[in-house]
Ligand binder design. Structure first.
Ligand SMILES: NC(=O)c1ccc[n+]([C@@H]2O[C@H](COP(=O)([O-])OP(=O)(O)OC[C@H]3O[C@@H](n4cnc5c(N)ncnc54)[C@H](OP(=O)(O)O)[C@@H]3O)[C@@H](O)[C@H]2O)c1
Length: 337
């Protein structure tokens, strides 16, 4: 099949392109003129990969890229907890999806759209584990990113109700080898931790997140293409664990010490405010900002039983995933142990 991948230059999108090629598909990677293409397979003779330049907010460029493609994987998004201009989350994350749906309606070749949503689109789960039946309450959002993904989710479901063949998949916190973008938060935190810049656990550290290995998420996208039903939601999440467990497992694997204290969230918040001020001066986006702290003060635990049952999704454990991540970061020279 000929597939278009938006967000192909990103952490998830790059690995998705590699996997789609392995599965025998022809891939058109939708990238921006400014995109760093290092996560993509090398363009060479015989590799059925082509580039289409554009921007998801620029409808004509997206429409042109869809030409001849039976499938669109829509993974492009602004994946940041905070941006100086929050309106960009709406134009890219909501507007981009609207443009993909419009392109489906205005062409007659697209047979299926796999839309990469996020656990954020379902909302937090303080004290329980949620499944696909949870709809975001939309009463409170920790980040503008969360809000944009929740709004886009509603649009995807409405489009499916109108007959658009769209399948939404919801990864958890994606981790694992690949491009270290803002979306690869676990790798970034491990690098901070092993380089002495993050000496303690984050907050009380015990709140649960669902950790999804990037290659499981990639496989989940391909399973959604082959078996996913229009209008259905599939959580591509993984083990529900805390960041405290991430650091403890990392310490066990590397035979290093665990942190011996917790950094209170109010201090991290303070650091976040300083980072935001710093960003406004330098333009460098912060790793931690006040919205990140709001995310850290909630739980985000999900069940992927439906994807396992209906798609054959097989997520690995956090320990198995980290056993791969730590040597990978070591080989890159980003951490020492
Ligand atoms: N990372 C996670 O933990 C996580 C968890 C759940 C869901 N997700 C979802 O997974 C998807 C991929 O995330 P990721 O972690 O791979 O993020 P990423 O590494 O930041 O990649 C984002 C991709 O979107 C592209 N993009 C951004 N704005 C664009 C625009 N206006 N037009 C065209 N392309 C644009 C980027 O292009 P450039 O290279 O040019 O910037 C990049 O290729 C997103 O939909 C995200 O919401 C991620």
């Amino acid at each position: 099949m000929k597939v278009l991948v938006t967000g192909a230059s990103g952490y998830l999108g790059g690995r998705l392109c590699h996997a789609l090629l392995r599965h025998g598909h022809s891939v058109r990677a939708f990238v921006r003129r400014t995109s760093d293409l290092s996560s993509l397979p090398t363009l060479s003779d015989g590799v059925p990969l082509e580039l289409a330049y554009g921007d998801v907010t620029d409808y004509p460029s997206l429409l042109a890229a869809c030409s001849g493609c039976q499938v669109v994987f829509h993974a492009a998004a602004l994946v940041e907890p905070w941006l100086p201009d929050p309106s960009k989350f709406v134009s890219v994350n909501v507007g981009g999806l609207k443009n993909v749906i419009r392109a489906y309606k205005e062409t007659d070749v697209i047979e299926k759209i796999i839309y990469t949503s996020s656990f954020f689109a379902l909302g937090s789960t303080d004290g329980y584990t949620a499944d696909e039946n949870q709809i975001h309450s939309a009463k409170f959002f920790c980040t503008e990113y969360e809000k944009s993904k929740a709004v886009a989710d509603k649009i995807a479901l409405e489009a499916a109700n109108e007959g658009v063949p769209i399948v939404a998949v919801y990864p958890g916190v994606i981790y694992g080898p690949g491009k270290v973008t803002a979306g690869n938060v676990v790798a970034r935190l491990i690098v901070e931790r092993f380089n002495g810049r993050l000496p303690g656990y984050i907050g009380h550290g015990s709140d649960k997140f669902s950790f999804s290995h990037v290659d499981d998420v990639v496989e989940g996208h391909i399973l959604a293409l082959n078996k996913g039903k229009t209008g259905e939601r599939y959580l591509l999440t993984g083990e529900n664990a805390s960041f405290m467990q991430v650091f403890d497992i990392a310490a066990t694997i590397t035979n290093t010490k665990t942190p011996f204290f917790n950094i209170p969230l109010f201090l991290i918040n303070l650091y976040g405010w300083v980072s935001v001020v710093f960003c406004r001066i330098t333009g460098k986006l912060p790793l931690i900002s006040p919205p990140t702290v709001r995310v850290l003060s909630h739980e985000w635990a999900y069940s992927c039983e439906k994807a396992k049952r209906e798609l054959g999704y097989k997520p690995r454990s956090l320990k198995e995933g980290l056993e791969e991540v730590l040597p990978w970061l070591k080989d890159l020279g980003d951490i020492k142990y």
